[in-house]
Design a protein around this ligand. Structure first.
Ligand code: NAD
Ligand code: UDP
Length: 310
């Protein structure tokens, strides 16, 4: 196959390019480096099957030659990033998704949207099955991301129903691993970097809110299976083991042997109180199950950050 990955220089996009190339596919990576890092794909620059295009996906996308797949990963993903770039986030989720869908249609390519557990907002149903419609504040600060992704899902389904485009929607739950930016503001990267530096770990609120953390390799495996043999219905991909943020802080301190303190800081507006994927649909349709326990994944991620944080 020859596929386009938007957001290729990001955390997930770069791992996805690696995986697709390892399977023998040809990959066109596209990114504007808004929140990505050229270093994430530096090792691919000379790969004979990899081509990079510097482009903002919110503008008309042109790719020469045939395409069998378009995997749309471009978007700020960390709350800190999408609060810094609210308009770009709305544009890449809406206009960018429209451009990527239009390209897929023109090329007759299968389309996959990287959606998010944030479509469930601050959920009133727990754990979250795909059938839950969510509890999102459209005008709150997180609305720029949540509503852009909800629009992107609606547009993807419209292309599927109206144009008969072959589509996939993956709802990704909190994923972590090597290549997260040390300063991207997400909880796993923040805690590990703080612990390594001996700085206090910043728990927002009292740390009783929960998240379910998926190691990047597990996520990519689920996404590849969904792309290859899944259906058009949205599919949760995440690790259902749920932890409080305070438990995560304590685990990071133990695994890094850090003597950092834990300090509480204000909870961001509309921060979801709980989050855990119901992954029955992925289990049944993709025979997929996460394999990497949090402790193992954190060890690998800590090793990565030790190599880049001085
Ligand atoms: P990231 O910020 O590391 O990567 C996003 C990439 O998209 C960056 O390289 C950025 O430069 C690029 N980008 C942003 N706007 C662009 C534009 N207009 N044109 C071209 N490129 C653009 O984030 P990530 O964690 O790798 O997330 C990738 C995708 O997965 C996003 O769509 C995100 O919403 C989704 N997702 C991620 C998670 C997670 O836990 N990592 C959870 C849910 C959903
Ligand atoms: N969080 C925290 N300290 C930090 C960063 C985040 O306590 O330094 C909390 C945040 O308030 C949220 C959870 O950790 O409850 C996960 O935040 P993240 O930004 O990783 O992703 P989210 O799930 O909110 O999109």
């Amino acid at each position: 196959m020859r596929v386009l990955v938007t957001g290729a220089a990001g955390f997930l996009g770069s791992h996805l390019c690696d995986r697709l190339l390892a399977e023998g596919h040809r990959v066109v990576g596209m990114d504007n480096f808004l929140t990505g890092n050229p270093v994430n794909i530096a090792h691919l620059r000379k790969h004979p099957s990899f081509q990079f295009v510097l482009h903002d996906v919110a503008n008309f996308v042109e790719v020469q030659g045939p395409l069998d797949g378009v995997l749309h990963f471009a978007s700020p993903a960390s709350p800190v990033d999408y609060l810094d770039y609210p308009i770009q986030t709305l544009k890449v989720g809406s206009l960018g998704t429209h451009k990527a869908l239009g390209l897929s249609r023109a090329k007759g390519a299968r389309f996959l949207l990287a959606s998010t557990s944030e479509v469930y907002g601050d959920p009133l149903v727990h754990p979250q099955p795909e059938s839950y419609w969510g509890n999102v504040n459209p005008v709150g600060p997180r609305g720029v991301y949540d509503e852009a992704k909800r629009f992107a899902e609606a547009l993807t389904m419209a292309y599927h129903r109206y144009h008969k485009l072959d589509t996939r929607i993956v709802r990704i739950f909190n994923t972590y691993g090597p290549r997260m930016r040390p300063k991207d503001g997400r909880v796993v990267s923040n805690f590990i970097v703080q612990a390594i530096k001996g700085d206090p770990l910043t728990v927002y609120g009292d740390g009783s809110q929960t998240r379910s953390f998926c190691y990047v390799d597990d996520l990519i495996e689920g996404i590849v299976r969904l792309f290859e043999r899944g259906g058009s219905d949205p599919t949760n991909i995440g690790n259902p083991h749920e932890f409080t943020v305070r438990q995560l802080a304590e685990l990071v301190l133990r695994l890094t042997s850090s003597r950092s303190a834990i300090v509480e800081q204000p909870l961001p507006t509309d921060d979801p109180k709980v989050r855990q994927p119901d992954i029955r649909h992925a289990r049944e349709t993709l025979d997929w199950e996460p394999q990497v326990p949090l402790e193992d994944g954190l060890r690998r991620t800590i090793e990565y950050f030790r190599g880049i944080v001085v």
